[in-house]
Design a protein around this ligand. Sequence first.
Ligand code: AHR
Length: 613
Amino acid sequence: LLVNASTSLSRKIPDNLFGVFFEEINHAGAGGLWAELVSNRGFEAGGPNTPSNIAPWAILGDESSVIISTDRSSLFDRNKIALRMEVLCDYEGANKCPLGGVGIYNPGYWGMNIEQGKTYQVILYVRSLGSINVSVSLNGANGLQTLASHNIVANDVSEWTKVEFKLDAMGSDRNARLQLTTSRKGLIWFDQVSVMPSDTYKGHGFRKDLFSMVQDLRPGFLRFPGGCFVEGDWLRNAFRWKETIGPWEERPGHFGDVWLYWTDDGMGHFEFLQLAEDLGALPIWVFNNGISHHDQVNTSDIEPFIQEILDGLEFAKGDANSTWGSVRAKMGHPEPFDVRYVAIGNEDCGKENYKGNYLKFYSAIKDAYPDVNMISNCDGSSSQLDHPAQLYDYHIYDTANTVFSQSRKFDHSPRVGPKAFVSEYAVWREDAGTGSLLAAVAEAAFLIGLERNSDLVEFASYAPLFVNKNDRRWNPDAIVFDSSEVYGTPSYWMQHFFRESNGATLLSSTVQSSSSLVASAISWQRSLDRKTFLRVKVVNFGSSMTNLTISIKELEKSIEVGGSSKTVLTSSSVMDENSFSNPNKVVPVKSLLDNAGEDMNVTLLPHSVTAFD
Ligand code: AHR
């Protein structure tokens, strides 16, 4: 491998090339990064129908002691359903309530992770015709052990009353649940029941362990909130940003009909923008362009959809006195968010109304926000687009061999016109399982190809980012979690090799031998002390150990040849995966390099990604 570090042959890599794509898929947000522990907190999961679907809430007691139903008596106009609990038993008399009372419980998203010593913020709304004595408790699996509890005792809650308190956990259970119980005969209504751990990231509602997994990737951008989630199978179930902002109690929630689950939309338009800011990443908003998987709005009728998006941009970018900017300010963020990119739809290019709708969105947004760059769903990698765009979207899910060979994908793409946004890439199916080394090695080669073509490729992100192990709608994914644990797949760890690439300088490098090797060299600056370092990455996609000579020419004095280490991602078998029981089976391993210099002989392990620093 010949590296020529001369500045005349080098080029700057875009500052935000490698980022992340967050989609509400696999319970990534609801029951994932969004730390709310109660699932279906407003009993709204059946939509506006009564009786609604209260799952996963379940009943404690039998028909002789309690009758649970829903009605439309909620305090909140956009989510009218409330839970009605008619208690037939009492603490005294002939029909005595069972020990512990009767009521309802919520197991959260496959169990709530309650940890001893931690505090949980509870908010709920209650109403009753008489006095109440309700126990609100966090209980271990099956309701047996009480981990924390609080009694709501009130004489007059004839109007809807907001009740707020903290619960301090005296024990731990990763499979815990929330119970609302009473032993008093009477009629009680509950609505919008929330339990939030008090230790979310900066109090912004993000589960800390999952947040730090993403933060560790140092993403340059955050694409959100989908994917197919944005489109919906049907337009009526698509993501509509206005339904996801404001006080959480007032959000209607919606059924994501592509990934087939209800979300209370605690993680809404505001929270996505906040997440991007917290990650130090550019927000890239993908919006619905009047097209779902099965229905489309005619271009002649698209005006209200355009207005909705202009309002969404004003919400994000407008000053605190503007109509929608003031709503954002009221939510706690008076400063505008730094939205410079939006994608007009997702994977809709071939659809009948795409071009017509696209052009209307494009010109309305350019008029109102000339600084906003627009991303087309049409692939401009082989020939130029026939419509204006600053970027075109490119998705690739394929076999390991194909993804590996696509490291050359953009070598001959047009250099005039829009830049490329590889917003979804992954090896999938047999080669990937639920996240194999093989997939990661092929993807690393693909990313090296993107670095080398980063005069054209502006952004790239793996997909999907998250999976809750209890709802695998898509395989593989980068980060796997359940209520209490998390691990990265090899594809997650592969992305760590590219953390220094954003804003770095790409040096000229040529592999002179084997076709199973793909390499790049960069110099990058450490923000801490502004020192510049050299990094050479080599992917060995072959199944044999390979010797390689790395020769570095014209190295400037200011570039440190580092602490001379190598970091390797590999494993004994190419289909090895990480798991909850063995989360570190395939992770980068760093060691000292004893022969570091401008000419060095190195050995590359079979199926490996190696960084020389
Ligand atoms: O990443 C999973 C899905 O793949 C996305 O929702 C969609 O854009 C693509 O088809």
